[in-house]
Design a protein around this ligand. Structure first.
Ligand SMILES: [Zn+2]
Length: 364
């Protein structure tokens, strides 16, 4: 999204329809708090060869957005930047050579823009692409009215799944799928502990682990969040602020420990997760907002023959699998609240206060 400029005309004066040359986007020109966000009119992008223009109907917030905005994401950010990696909408226009898609199709772009040719793309592991791009970094972002993406990155949204649910599904559920099943190898009858079940990916993991036949233990910072997770299938909840997580896990498992820990928090919960594992147990991890560099007690780790497994995003196929489950009503993306685009700052502030359960969604 280059060549952007501030609008010199009123939005009301612009004719409605394809002649509109500007779109509304929430951008920032410097790192900082929510006050660096600007609602601006920017040039409407047009799709090039192999690309489509998507009219955004819903865009979900992620904690990554906060890190990108305040400059701690460790991703290269160029200014001005439009946030938002996760969106759902309708195709409005096709670029040259696009086949298999039509205007009006309901779509959810894959979070990554992959090369399609490297050894990882060629073997169904495009999440590890050697030349990766990402929605909002190599395209426009989701905090906007429209975006251009590559047609081959599109995933079809099945009927019966709303735009808000579709926007809330991909990162939470496909990340969980990749962590629990592909990386963590969770099997029916195993016991899993999900850290921070009140978050988007935590609440999604509870649902997927439950339908996979696991006994699901989860922790959260409040009893209210644990009660909400109970409605999604959580078998046993631990308040990690008021209770000793490891002691409670041992009580719940007859001193055995859990087979798998689903970790995305970092800080103290990482070590508590390791200490909660049964012998030969696995801890799968995809995030560390509460502490990215942690002490690591080596002795009990190897004596218990434990495994730590890294996990990065997910594949298109895994997203499609989650959509299939949602279309059958077996999983439900949790939308805590929706906000108009103009209130993106309030939406981000709500997320940073950690008062929500499930996803916050912008509706342009
Ligand atoms: Zn690749």
């Amino acid at each position: 999204m280059t060549g952007s400029r501030k609008s010199d005309i009123n939005a009301e004066d612009v004719p409605v329809g394809k002649e509109v040359e500007q779109l509304k986007a929430v951008r920032f020109h410097e790192f900082g708090g929510v006050d660096v966000l600007r609602v601006e009119e920017v040039d409407d992008p047009s799709p090039g060869p192999g690309e489509v223009l998507v009219g955004i109907r819903a865009s979900a917030l992620n904690h990554l957005d906060v890190d990108v905005r305040d400059g701690t994401s460790r991703f290269p950010v160029s200014f001005p930047h439009t946030l938002g990696v996760e969106l759902a909408g309708e195709i409005e226009a096709l670029g040259e050579g696009v086949e298999g898609w039509s205007p009006g199709d309901r779509v959810n772009p894959y979070i990554m823009e992959t090369c399609g040719e490297c050894r990882y793309c060629a073997t169904g592991r495009e999440n590890l692409c050697l030349a990766p791009g990402f929605i909002s970094f190599t395209t426009g972002g989701g905090y906007a009215e429209r975006v251009v993406v590559k047609a081959r990155n599109l995933i079809r949204v099945p009927g019966g799944v709303s735009f808000e649910e579709a926007a809330a599904l991909q990162v939470a559920f496909a990340t969980s799928w990749h962590m629990l099943f592909t990386r963590g190898n969770l099997r029916a009858g195993e016991t899993v502990m999900i850290n921070s079940v009140g978050s988007g990916i935590g609440s999604a993991a509870v649902q997927l682990a439950k339908i996979a036949g696991a006994f699901v233990i989860g922790n959260a910072s409040s009893d209210e969040k644990l009660a909400r997770a109970g409605e999604l299938g959580l078998d046993a909840g631990i308040n990690h602020v008021t209770e000793d997580v490891v002691a409670r896990v041992m009580e719940l498992t007859g001193d055995r420990g859990v087979d798998l820990v689903y970790e995305h928090v970092g800080g103290e919960l990482f070590q508590k997760g390791l200490d909660s594992l049964a012998k030969d147990g696995r801890l799968v991890i995809c995030g560390g907002h509460s502490g990215e560099v942690v002490p690591f007690d080596i002795i009990p780790f190897f004596r218990g023959q434990k495994t730590v497994i890294g996990s990065f995003t997910y594949t298109r196929e895994e997203v499609a699998s989650c959509f299939a489950l949602a279309a059958r009503g077996l999983i439900k993306p949790i939308v805590h609240r929706t906000f108009p685009l103009d209130d993106a700052g309030e939406a981000m502030a709500t997320m940073e206060r950690r008062e929500h359960f499930g996803k916050l969604v912008l509706v342009p």
